[in-house]
Design a protein around this ligand. Structure first.
Ligand SMILES: [Zn+2]
Length: 211
């Protein structure tokens, strides 16, 4: 299993290409502002076919270029809860995001909930609903390989903000307890911002500073 990442846009958002091996299907994660060409190049360089785009949640910086993949016929998959933002990407904080041009929204082909599974080739993911940063935040865990795409729930040395519209700090704390309890300590995490590939064991002491 390989997860290749790049960082794009006004708030340094991570986009990923996830795949089992070269020459097969791949999952595109969180198509950030300005990520499209790098994602397309990375897919081509590894002879990969994008099977779907997974949106970890509906915040503008994670979904703003989803329409470019939908335009090519690639289905968008997302957890339930942030559908409105996927339909109308909304940079709700000009101080952070500036005033970018309005971009088209997308209607996800698949809406997943807690405990649902999806496959990309031989990779098998289980979805955890982890609200707090936004109502629709979901973590996708590949248990066999011990990798987790965690969005803006947990970072290498911090947690996602809960001062945004529709955030809930109470839900955030519950979600953090859940991933700390349920994910094996050796699980490597791939967050929406900052360094990736650290383990839950390495990230957890930093997380607890916010709990
Ligand atoms: Zn976010």
């Amino acid at each position: 299993m390989k997860i290749l990442g790049g960082t794009f846009g006004p708030v340094a958002t991570n986009s990923y290409v996830v795949f089992a091996h070269d020459g097969g299907p791949a999952l595109v994660v969180d198509p950030a502002a300005g990520s499209h060409d790098w994602l397309a190049h990375t897919l081509a360089a590894h002879d990969l076919t994008a099977e779907a785009v997974w949106a970890t949640h509906g915040h503008w910086d994670h979904v703003v270029e989803a329409y470019r993949w939908a335009d090519k016929g690639i289905p968008i998959w997302a957890g339930t809860g942030d559908e409105e933002w996927l339909a109308a990407p909304a940079p709700f904080n000009p101080a952070l995001f500036g005033n970018p041009p309005v971009t088209p929204g997308v209607i996800p082909a698949r809406i997943l909930g807690d405990g649902d599974r999806f496959s990309v080739g031989t990779l098998d993911f289980v979805v955890m609903h982890t609200p707090g940063h936004s109502p629709g935040c979901h973590v996708a865990v590949e248990e066999t390989h011990g990798e987790a795409i965690v969005g803006d729930l947990i970072f290498a040395q911090g947690i996602g903000r809960t001062d945004f519209p529709r955030s809930s700090h109470t839900d955030m704390i519950s979600s953090l307890h859940r991933v700390i309890d349920e994910l094996p300590p050796a699980t490597r995490i791939y967050p929406g911002h900052g360094p990736w590939g650290v383990t839950m064991e390495e990230a957890t002491p930093w997380t607890r500073m916010f709990m």
